[in-house]
Design a protein around this ligand. Sequence first.
Ligand code: SF4
Ligand code: SF4
Length: 327
Amino acid sequence: MADDNNRECIGCGRCTRVCRFLNKYNINSDEYRHMPELAYSCYLCNECVKVCPVGIDGSKISKELRADFIDGGGRLKGAGYKLLLLEKEDYLFKNYKNASYKSVLFTGCNFPAYFPKTTQIIASRLMNEKGVGTVTDCCGKPVSELGMIDRGRGIIENLEKRLHDNGIEEIITLCPNCYYYLKDKLDVKVVMIYEKLKELKMKISPVNEDIDVFLPCPDKTDRQILKGIEGYAVKGKIKIIGGIQCCSAGGSASFKEPLITKSLLEDFSKVHKGKIYTYCATCSGMIAKSGTETEHILCRLFDFKEKPAEGIGSFLNKTACKYKKIR
Ligand code: SF4
Ligand code: SF4
C-alpha cells in the first residue's frame, strides 16, 4: 500500500529487523495497517520510520488503528485501560496550590512519581530564587495515544483554563513527553527546563565528565532537548546509546505485550555496560527496573542523588503530590 507520499513499501524488512513487536508477528509496518487486533501492541517509538526508505510510520498506523476502537461518545470500546483512564482523564493528583505565578514549573505526572525529592528541590529553588511557581498536572498524552483524540483535546482545553485562571503565561516542563506534546497545543509558552535554567542563570552543578545517554522517544528525531543539554548541563562528551529500541513504556503497549516488554528491558544490560544517563523520568524508571545503573541528568544538576522510585512507591509519590505545598 502507498504511504502519505504515495510511495509504496518495497518489502525491504528493515522495520521488522529494528522492531521487536513487528518481528514477533513477522510483519512489516505496511502489513501492520491490516491488523487492527494489534492496535495496542505498538510502543509508538518511531524506530521503524527512522529506517524505512519510503517513510512508512508504524506509530502513525497504530494511532489510526486505535481510533477505530473509539465509540461515538469518544470512549474506548471495551473495558481496557480503566486504571490509566481513571487516573489521567482528569488527573487525580493535580496540584495548583503553588500556581499563582506568571511562570510555573510544570512537573507532569511521572517526574514527581519517580523523583519526588528532586522535584521538591527544583520547585523550591525556582520559587525562592526566581519567583517561579509550580503546577502538578498531566498533559493528557497517554489518554490521547489510546485513540481518544477528542478526550485528549478536552484535557488540553481544561488545562488551558486552569492555567489562565491562575494567570500563568509560561510553563517549564520537566518531561520530554509533556514538552513535545504541549508546545504547539497550548496558548501559553512552553519551555523545557534546561533552556529556562540557562535563561534564569540558575546555579547548577553540570555534568563535567563524558557520559552515555539514552534518548527518550519524543526527542529521538529533533533532539531539541538534547541540544539544550549539550554544552550547558553536560560539559563532557555525550555518546548516544544505540541498539536499544525503546524503554518499553510508550503507547501503553506493555499491557498487551508483557514478553516483548521484558525482552526490551533486558536489552539495557545486554547491549550497554556501565551507567546510563537519561533526561526522561519514565526512561529512568524503566532502566532502573531492568537492573541497570542509571542517573537522571536533572538530579545531577541539582546535586541530589535520587534513584527512581519503584513499584507502588512511584504511585504513592504521585498521590502525595496532590497535597504538597512548595516551601
Ligand atoms: S513505532 Fe516502534 S513499536 Fe511501533 S511499529 Fe514502529 S518500531 Fe515497532
Ligand atoms: S522499512 Fe518501509 S519499505 Fe521496508 S518493509 Fe518496512 S515499511 Fe516496507
